[in-house]
Design a protein around this ligand. Structure first.
Ligand SMILES: [Zn+2]
Length: 63
């Protein structure tokens, strides 16, 4: 499963937090595979909702 795509030799997997790096000591192959998914945009955070409510309340009182 873990074999070098270059020389099909044994490969080492180094975990660096969320990312994992695979290296081959035979040919010096190194690759980084990021497994964590990209962040999706939240529909509306509490801060944005509060700001929207605050803008509406101030827009009505402040002419
Ligand atoms: Zn290799």
């Amino acid at each position: 499963m873990n074999e070098c795509p270059r020389c099909q030799g044994p490969i080492e997997v180094l975990s660096l937090g969320e990312a994992s790096t695979v290296t081959c000591s035979h040919c010096g192959f190194a690759d980084v595979s990021v497994e964590h998914q990209p962040q999706r945009e939240e529909p509306e955070s509490w801060g944005e909702a509060f700001n929207r409510f605050y803008d509406e309340s101030t827009a009505t009182s402040d002419r």
